[in-house]
Design a protein around this ligand. Structure first.
Ligand code: FAD
Length: 324
């Protein structure tokens, strides 16, 4: 029997483990953090996610927990744009989603090793973002859950060229507030996120009726990059953020992680060459990565700021996510 080693039990590792099991392989799943665990993440799940989860037989369990988001509201400073998504998106905390994938994989026979592991040839590497090595202007992410009145929309507040905050529903009536800002802007407030958010009028008004549950989590520095051309990946099946970390405003990172994780699990179980696996991922992930990079640059240069409110939402949405 083929034995597949999967490093990391985030969405990419969970999807890889479940797919390898479906392919008839034995799975060793390594996870260094205790579960369930929180992650700095907007916890917005693109509509296509349901199709992948359905393939694992998890759609109804997922739907019984997740919040539904049929609407989107974008704020560019004082300008506002509202729309209806072609299909509803979902909100589920990472502690619930990642545990669902991990527990299902274990219940189907994956052997869980609660430890950090080093990759060996043929392993699925789904260990998340690489540590940032680049110097210069650094971005940090932050997140907390709030209770109070819940909206059925994903709301994105673009505060200036480089910062934005998402407000969206998750399970049990909670609201996720998650954002990204330059280090220097956060340092001005000594990383007091409440103070940072209160400086923005529209956001301050939006958050007024909500009460924060627990501390802010922060994460960074964040670097958006992909490793499709990295020859050192010729011996492993690299998936999720470890392969490509896209700007989170797209809300497509988890979808990409599930997608590449699924492909990696299948490729590892079938013994497909790693280079061929990576080429398949590149064809699906690189176009939306490039679109996201273009929109991010447009926003930070200032002219996207004026263009974006008039661009059709459906086009922005579909250009920034992979086809499954
Ligand atoms: C601020 C912010 C907001 C975001 N918002 C959204 C959003 O709203 N929607 C969306 O779709 N995406 C969002 N993303 C992106 C999303 O979080 C990632 O794309 C997703 O987590 C990638 O999943 P992954 O499985 O590749 O990695 P991870 O979720 O990072 O999982 C990696 C796992 O590997 C484990 N690990 C690491 N090293 C080892 C090792 N050596 N051995 C064993 N275990 C190891 C870690 O403990 C971790 O559990 C956001 C990201 C940020 C930073």
């Amino acid at each position: 029997m083929v034995r597949v080693q999967v490093l990391g039990a985030g969405p990419a590792g969970g999807a890889a483990a479940l797919t390898a099991l479906q392919e008839g392989a034995a799975v060793d799943l390594f996870e260094k953090s205790p579960f369930p665990r929180q992650k700095v993440c907007g916890e917005f799940l693109s509509p296509e996610t349901i199709e992948i989860l359905d393939g694992f037989g998890l759609a109804s369990l997922f739907l019984s927990q997740a919040a539904r988001m049929p609407r989107v509201q974008l704020y560019f400073g004082e300008k506002e744009k509202r729309g209806i998504l072609a299909e509803p998106a979902y909100g589920l905390s990472r502690s619930a989603l990642d545990s669902l994938l991990l527990e299902t994989a274990v219940s189907r026979g994956a052997r869980l090793h609660r430890q950090r592991a080093a990759p060996s040839p043929g392993a699925v590497v789904a260990t998340g973002r690489l540590a940032a090595t680049r110097k210069g202007k650094r971005l940090f992410g932050f997140k907390a859950h709030f209770c109070g009145p819940q909206n059925d929309a994903v709301e994105l507040f673009f505060l200036d060229g480089r910062s934005y905050v998402g407000v969206s529903p998750v399970e049990k009536g909670f609201t996720n507030v998650c954002g990204l800002a330059p280090e220097e802007a956060l340092q001005e407030c000594k990383f007091e996120i409440d103070e940072y958010l209160a400086r923005q009028r529209i956001l301050r008004q939006r958050l007024e009726p909500l009460a924060r549950q627990g501390d802010w989590l922060t994460s960074g520095p964040l670097v958006f990059e992909h490793r499709f051309e990295s020859p050192e990946l010729n011996e492993v099946y690299c998936a999720g953020d470890a392969l490509s970390f896209v700007d989170p405003f797209t809300g497509s990172g988890i979808l990409s992680a599930l997608l590449t994780g699924r492909e990696a699990g299948r490729a590892a179980a079938q013994g497909l060459p790693c280079s061929e696996y990576r080429l398949r991922c590149r064809q699906r992930i690189l176009p939306p990565f490039r679109a996201a990079t273009f929109f991010r640059k447009a926003l930070s240069e200032g002219w996207g700021w004026w263009l974006a409110p008039w661009a059709p939402l459906s086009v922005l949405f579909s250009l920034t996510r992979p086809k499954i």
